[in-house]
Design a protein around this ligand. Sequence first.
Ligand code: CMC
Length: 436
Amino acid sequence: MAENGSSGKNTLSIRDNRTGRDYEVDILEGDVIRAMDLRQIKVGDDDFGMMAYDPAYKNTASTRSTVTYIDGAKGILRYRGYPIDQLAERSTHLEVAYLLLKGELPSQSELDDFVHEVTYHTYVHENIIDLMEGFRYDAHAMGMCISGVAALSTFYPEAKDVHNPQARWEQIIRLIAKMPTLAAYAYRHHRGLPYVYPENELSYSANFLNMLFRIGTRDYTPSPVLERALDVLFILHADHEQNCSTTTMRVIGSADADPYSALAGAMGALYGPLHGGANEAVLRMLKRIGSVDNIPDFMEGVKNREERLMGFGHRVYKAYDPRAQIIKRTADEVFEVTGRNPLLDIALELEKIALNEDFFVERNLYPNVDFYSGIIYQAMGFPVEMFPVLFAIPRTVGWLAQWQELLEDDEQKIARPRQVYVGPDERDFVPMENRG
Ligand code: CMC
């Protein structure tokens, strides 16, 4: 029932000063109004009606979701209500995947079945190896993986049956299972190494490490610390509500495209350096800075807007990204095994300066998830080209959970934003001989 304001009504009154007319629109849960309610606001009967103008969707809710909650001002992140720090400390990536996809934590037998299903779908068709072989030796791993995921749609034509929950679930399992395999194949191609097939007795992250790093022996055992660290990083990256790549997944999915094609599109968005490509950009930036002594010069360049401090800032978080805090702790554990990454000193000094300088403080620029993850990945032996791929593997879960939610949401339709046309009015075609 209404409880806001002096009138006690949960509505918003709008006066159109062009016409003097008053309108009353409902305020829904989450302090939102329906953009379609604005359409009734017109000057004349043949007017289209009012729209909201919101480039980059800075203030537009595109869905009502139950998957992930973020409070950017307080630095809170929860999956299905569970705080990210509790999940990172006590759960596994596949358990979190189940939670994100199904909405509840699994019982032991539900988890066992889910892990078994994922584990037994890790193999990809041998033709995918031919696809990988077609790439140049220096092809970027993300480009190879995007192509590999898109190619998978041709192997599973039943994936087009997106309104069939059973067919949908099969593709969800396949995608979560096969992403590490594609990623590892891309890496092995890049290194000119033979492909290593999945090992079903290993955990999700241990199998991935095995496919990447095993050379010449059948009994490669990843360090349990690194195996767990990778799993924690996967948990932290599993979902982040309506970000650029998730929105891409939903937009493509809204056309009833199969999930492989939609996910390839989402990966394309993630590849950008302002999004999941930022971890790679951070590493390149730290290498370029080279030493703590060069930081003041670099920071001057940032403040003069010659470049950005990569791994800092976020559209939603205006406080310390809670994922960055957990990653910082994970880094210490990893470095005990791998030795300290010398780039860490530069990163820590950058953070110290940024947290105290007006330019960053005034703009609420704090380290985000990508600031420290690359330093860990590098210490673990991953080349920088693999960093966005390491983001895409766990985010596959979130993309699929959001895609599933979209398809089950009666309010959703094919995504189709409006525009405000500001180009030339109608004019007659000018023959070539009469132009300019
Ligand atoms: N370095 C320097 N200045 C910055 C930075 C930065 N990293 N980020 C934002 N600013 C400044 C920006 O110049 C602007 O200043 P002013 O108001 O004076 O013009 C102000 O802060 C607001 O920036 P914005 O670009 O309007 O903010 P946005 O919400 O559109 O962009 C962002 C968010 C993440 C794209 C941006 O902060 C950025 O480019 N960060 C670096 C790239 C990065 O680390 N991306 C990973 C994001 S977290 C992982 C993920 O979810 O993908």
